[in-house]
Design a protein around this ligand. Structure first.
Ligand SMILES: [Fe+2]
Length: 262
């Protein structure tokens, strides 16, 4: 299975700018690159912060820009999002029975589970109000297949002091339950605006640094330096042997040569 991981689009209403740049333009450039090189992907998962302030007009803009993408999408919510405004623009996006934007996608590679960690008005994440129970039920009902989790917030720490207050609440007990379930092969997340990957108690994870602004990875500072690097996205190749994550920059650099085959 080939899968695109996009995150942290931070769209603003048409005509507005964010830190002096246009987030929708960055998304359009990213979509053009995906259409050129990765239109054969099965799914494009966007792990939240679809908009910067949750404006209805920004979700309408997102819907319009995504029309260009030739890969089917699954949209998750982040701490900058607004659930009701999102659902007005995307009424068909699947939800769990409590109304959270959580769902499952199954294919020959296994089971992909999409989580809703948004606590409206706050920066940290949560799987409260039945969301963790929903996840554990989805893990238990197919204990025989590999599972890949997608969330906006990190479920494990990433080693940056700035993000400690913005972790998922009760993350340790959540991760222990995930380890106990025994079938989670990888966690994909956003939120942190840095490229980071690793393992927590044997569970691999990867964060894409995002399409909008990025953050310089200081480890002990509580503040954050935002920078405007090239938009980035990840491509995951998943099969029965494991998961590969390739990272791509959408830059204007020219190809300087093409080698012979092989
Ligand atoms: Fe973000």
């Amino acid at each position: 299975m080939k899968l695109i991981h996009l995150t942290d689009l931070h769209l603003v209403p048409p005509g507005a700018m964010l830190f002096g740049f246009d987030p929708a333009e960055r998304l359009s450039k990213t979509i053009a690159r995906i259409n050129r090189d990765h239109a054969d992907a099965e799914l494009c998962v966007v792990t939240g912060d679809l908009t910067d302030e949750g404006d209805a007009a920004a979700y309408d803009l997102l819907r319009d820009v995504l029309q260009e993408l030739r890969v089917p999408t699954r949209l998750l919510l982040g701490n900058h999002d607004h659930r009701a405004n999102f659902l007005k623009a995307f009424p068909d996006e699947p939800r769990d029975r409590n109304g959270f934007v959580q769902s499952v996608h199954e294919n020959s590679a296994g089971r992909l589970i999409f989580l809703d960690t948004l606590v409206e008005g706050f920066g940290h994440g949560s799987l409260g109000d039945g969301r963790l129970e929903w996840l554990l039920a989805r893990l238990a009902e197919r204990s025989d297949v590999p599972v890949y989790l997608f969330a906006h917030h990190q479920l494990q720490p990433i080693g940056m002091a700035h993000f400690e207050p913005w972790n998922t609440e009760n993350w340790r007990s959540i991760m222990e339950a995930i380890v106990d379930a025994g079938n989670v092969r990888h966690i994909f997340h956003g939120h942190v605006h840095v490229d980071v990957g690793g393992t927590w108690s044997g569970i691999p994870f990867s964060a894409s640094r995002g399409v909008a602004h990025q953050i310089v990875p200081h480890f002990t500072r509580m503040d954050a330096e935002f920078v405007e690097n090239a938009p980035a996205f990840d491509v995951a190749l998943i099969d029965g042997d494991g998961v590969l994550v390739h990272r791509f920059e959408v830059s204007d650099k020219n190809v300087v040569a093409v080698s012979a085959a092989g």
